[in-house]
Design a protein around this ligand. Structure first.
Ligand SMILES: Cc1ncc(COP(=O)(O)O)c(C=O)c1O
Length: 389
């Protein structure tokens, strides 16, 4: 038996609640899962047709930077839909945007350097910085400020000579907030003034509601050279299992990412990249239908949660609600576990998203409307039996 074989780096990573939750939900058909962020739509028909057409052709590695036609199509999309002055040379296709996060940081962060990460924020940022022996410095996103990002706080958190990058996420997981233009402008100024890299995670860019508008920070004047933009096919086209996303950024960084990609996965799956080319040809009505459905589900669930004392901010984007459980005499993990046991509804404790996530749970509404209605009824019943403060 090998002793001390697991690296300290790995041993110190937090246990993943989501892994256990997915397992329990998959094993128990009675459970309604509002846990993972998985679109319940089918990918566009052109994507499925492409798989069939290319199955026996796309069996080889792709170039590390990605299939040329896909990079060209992505650059065109970034120009027309995100107002980013993009060219195909500065696009790299990765295994989902998750791999983009990892290799963008691998190419820019040295041991001991700091990365400002949102808290609560997507659970990958912090461990990835830690895996690279960097130091994740959480910036708090507070319910008292309606979960708006506070640029003043970020400015103060910059540690000169140490802070190298800021991770932004809009629309945001888990809060469902969308960064406003004024906030983005202030953040852009902070990055330029302090020579900081912005990693802009825009995985949910297409899902915005009400008056909210998605703006890519790289489209703002004077900041493009400081920004790596990450986007994905996973959520927009319900292609999570295809593992295809991309980064766009300054040539120097993208060239470094292409180099390191050879050592992480060589390339994103060729068949998925062919399918992604078709995804970008999909009629806008496909995304609009999903967006409208999510908007309807989100506003219904928001109202129902409010009725049972689980108030949360009005959903602006992504497909998550992040209600406060502060009316109840339980912590986040216990609350989520109790809802799983008593209501048979799976959700994630807010603590999965950072220490400031305590006092909240995350519910995904990327689930059929009827299931959301049923889940809300079950939760309401169970909530009546939890002691309140
Ligand atoms: C904010 C955010 N970024 C990135 C990802 C990764 O998505 P993918 O690797 O499938 O593109 C997720 C997945 O849930 C996410 O929530």
């Amino acid at each position: 038996m090998l002793r001390d074989i697991i690296s300290k780096r790995e041993s110190e990573l937090p246990p993943s609640v989501i892994g256990n939750l997915l397992k329990t939900a998959a094993e128990n058909k009675n459970i309604i899962s509002l846990g993972p962020g998985e679109p319940d739509f089918l990918p566009p028909s052109g994507v499925i047709a492409s798989l069939k057409r290319n199955a026996s052709k796309a069996t080889h590695y792709a170039p590390p930077e990605g299939v040329k036609a896909l990079r060209a199509a992505v650059a065109k999309k970034l120009r027309s839909e995100n107002s980013i002055r993009a060219d195909a040379d500065n696009v790299i296709i990765t295994n989902g945007s998750n791999e983009s996060i990892m290799i963008a940081l691998m190419c820019t962060i040295d041991p001991g350097e700091e990365v400002l990460v949102p808290d609560p924020g997507f659970m990958d940022y912090r461990p990835v910085v830690e895996i690279l022996n960097g130091f994740p410095a959480p910036y708090r996103i507070s319910e008292d400020e309606n979960f708006e990002v506070n640029p003043g706080m970020i400015k103060e958190a910059v540690n000169p000579g140490k802070t190298k990058a800021i991770i932004l996420n809009t629309p945001a997981n888990p809060t469902g907030k969308v960064l406003k233009k004024k906030t983005l402008e202030e953040l852009a100024d902070i990055a330029v003034d302090n020579n900081l890299l912005i990693i802009s995670d825009e995985a949910y860019e297409k899902f915005v509601y009400g008056k909210s508008k998605h703006i890519s920070i790289a489209s703002l004047n004077g900041v493009q050279e400081n920004v790596v933009t990450l986007q994905s096919f996973s959520k927009t086209y319900a292609m999570t299992g295809f593992r295809v996303g991309y980064s766009y950024g300054p040539g120097k960084i993208i060239e470094a990412m292409k180099k390191v990609h050879v050592y992480t996965s060589i390339s994103a799956p060729t068949l998925s990249q062919m399918a992604a080319i078709e995804a970008l040809k999909t009629k806008k009505s496909y995304i609009e239908k999903a967006r409208r459905d999510y908007e309807k589900r989100g506003s219904f669930l928001h109202q129902r949660l409010g009725e049972m004392g689980l108030g949360c901010v009005v959903p602006e984007g992504a497909f998550y609600l992040f209600p406060s459980i502060k009316n109840f005499k339980l912590g986040s993990e216990k609350f989520a576990q109790l809802m799983m046991d008593k209501a048979k509804v799976a959700m994630l404790p807010g603590t999965e998203f950072g220490r400031y996530g305590e006092g909240f749970v995350r519910l995904s509404y990327a689930t059929a409307y009827e299931k959301i209605i049923e889940a809300a009824d079950r939760m309401e019943k169970a909530a009546k039996n939890i002691s309140r403060l």
